[in-house]
Design a protein. Structure first.
Length: 301
């Protein structure tokens, strides 16, 4: 019997015909030799975050390697603005995360595992939008404890302590509905929640004592804090927190078969470790998003 992921490897919604707007400008990089407009050109949206920039360059690089002319265009604004650009055909593809996108379209959906979230997302997309295979690379919500206070190793084991725990959480942790998922899936409601105005990873980096004094942190897999040795990230074998796998969102019918196959290559090759390493290099100023993407892909040839 085919798996859910196989059944939905390329989900095509009903086609919504949209006008293609000419003159997309302000791209950070152009990949592919044919930019005359006579060949298909995939415009990959790049968000303002480092994660969004790196993912955009990864997709554009692999598309180019498959013979599909591609360019990256930076968008200013959040998900709503990116989806508007996609609807208006200013961009062809937007790198996304499965759980966040599902929450955007269907906030109350109970799916949590990678396959279930992907299947639910596939069904929830509006007409004219499609997704291809998701990658193992993820940026899911996690609960982390300071090394000195990390007695539990799983969310389930830690849950009984939530009622006496002060949690410092990132905006993304809240946005992804992690607090509600903890309450519903593990009966975990923190005694007090403090939402950091800045990324708690930056706070921990500039104020090491914060890690020692805070009881728990709510962050995401790719954050510098979760990737550091300052905390212990609690395992989540019961899938209490929803999956957040990298996935390409695109306009239905806008991609050729070679382009769709290239997206599947990213799904099969890109890991969380790979993505975290690329993001770290960019954050440290060691390379640009385009350079880390090209270097990553070169090692897979």
């Amino acid at each position: 019997m085919a798996t859910a992921r196989a059944r939905y490897s390329t989900v095509v919604a009903a086609v919504l015909v949209l006008p293609v707007l000419a003159g997309c400008t302000n791209s950070d990089s152009v990949i592919g030799s044919d930019t005359s407009g006579t060949a298909e050109q995939v415009v990959v949206a790049s968000g303002e975050s480092v994660e969004g920039s790196v993912l955009a360059e990864v997709y554009a690089t692999v598309l180019a390697s498959s013979g599909v002319p591609s360019r990256v265009e930076e968008l200013i604004g959040g998900r709503t603005d990116a989806l508007a650009a996609l609807d208006a055909a200013r961009v062809t593809l937007v790198p996304e995360f499965t759980g966040s996108l599902l929450t955007y379209y269907e906030p109350a959906n109970p799916a949590r595992t990678a396959d279930d979230v992907f299947e639910a997302l596939s069904r929830s997309l509006p007409e004219g939008l499609s997704v291809a295979d998701y990658a193992t690379a993820e940026d899911r919500s996690v609960v982390a404890l300071g090394r000195d206070s990390a007695q539990a190793r799983t969310l389930e084991a830690f849950a009984p302590r939530c009622a006496e725990t002060v949690a410092v959480v990132s905006p993304r942790f809240v946005e992804d509905g992690a607090l509600e998922q903890l309450a519903a899936g593990a009966d975990c409601t923190f005694a007090r929640v403090e939402q950091s105005a800045v990324d708690i990873s930056d706070t921990a980096a500039t104020q090491p004592s914060a890690v020692a004094t805070a009881t728990a942190f709510g962050t995401t897999t790719l954050s510098p804090l979760a990737q550091s040795t300052a905390v212990t990230v609690l395992a989540d074998p019961d899938h209490i927190l929803a999956a957040q796998n990298v996935v390409p969102l695109f306009r239905t019918g806008a991609l050729s078969d070679p382009a769709v196959k290239a997206l599947s290559v990213v799904a099969g090759e890109l890991s969380t470790t790979d993505l975290a390493e690329m993001i770290d290099q960019v954050r440290r100023g060691q390379a640009t998003p385009s350079e880390v993407a090209r270097s990553w892909w070169d090692t897979r040839q």
